[in-house]
Design a protein around this ligand. Structure first.
Ligand code: FE
Length: 235
């Protein structure tokens, strides 16, 4: 099944199964505590409602459910010691000096994509304070080469985590969907690479594509995608 088939609206269960297969042995896992949380919160809120209905019982329940759903989406870093990212060419469209921000969309055309993950060292230890600089084409395969639409850098937090709000890039001649990235640990050298969408029909035609740089799709319903990728830097 190709990613374009997913775009035409296959059931989410099929998509998630496919995503899990794509992840293989290094699949991201939700935490056990997260999966048990909804049942516990549901039980406590229903019993309090029977005893003495509070003024806003549904709000409390909704907040608890939201918290449980958020925690269920937390993924653990995927890293195998000694296996690091594949460095890739910068390409012709990098613009230095992009603004510091996590949301790089600026209203750009494309299907919303939320990409999260970690920057880790070769021993799978998180790297806090690393600069992660993203740039990419919009959903039509066009770059903003005069401004900074779909360009931005951010710094990893204390856990080495980053969050990128963007759109799924489009293909352009010779290239499949891809997101360019430069990662620069504080005081270290800069690593340049590119991320890809697994199972895109364009991947086989792209001479730069490498399967190891596929994002891991967590969910995709045809109108928005959530995905993860952990950058493991070479020693
Ligand atoms: Fe490019």
């Amino acid at each position: 099944m190709t990613w374009d088939m997913r775009r035409r609206g296959l059931p989410i269960g099929v998509l998630l199964a496919s995503a899990a297969l794509a992840l293989g042995a290094c699949v991201s896992a939700t935490t056990d505590s997260a999966t048990s949380a909804p049942a516990a919160t549901s039980s406590s809120s229903s019993s309090s409602a029977v005893e003495s209905p509070p003024a806003t019982p549904s709000l409390d329940a909704a907040e608890e459910l939201d918290a449980a759903e958020e925690s269920a989406e937390v993924v653990t870093p995927t890293c195998t010691p000694g296996e690091s990212l594949t460095e890739q060419p910068e390409g012709p469209y990098f613009t230095p000096g992009a603004p510091e921000r996590m949301d790089i969309t600026d209203g750009a055309f494309g299907t919303p994509l939320t990409l999260t993950g970690y920057v880790l060292d070769d021993n799978c230890e998180p790297i806090a304070g690393a600069t992660v600089d993203f740039w990419q084409a919009d959903g039509n395969g066009s770059y903003d080469n005069s401004g900074f639409i779909l360009r931005g850098n951010q710094t990893t937090d204390a856990n080495g985590a980053y969050t990128l709000t963007t759109v799924i890039p489009g293909q352009y001649p010779g290239r499949t969907e891809h997101i360019h990235v430069k990662i620069a640990p504080s005081g270290g050298r800069t690593y340049t690479t590119q991320l890809y969408v697994p199972d895109s029909e364009g991947n086989n035609r792209d001479r730069f594509y490498v399967p190891g740089m596929d994002i891991a799709i967590v969910s995709y319903d045809g109108s928005a995608m959530v995905a993860t990728f952990d950058f493991v830097l070479p020693a």
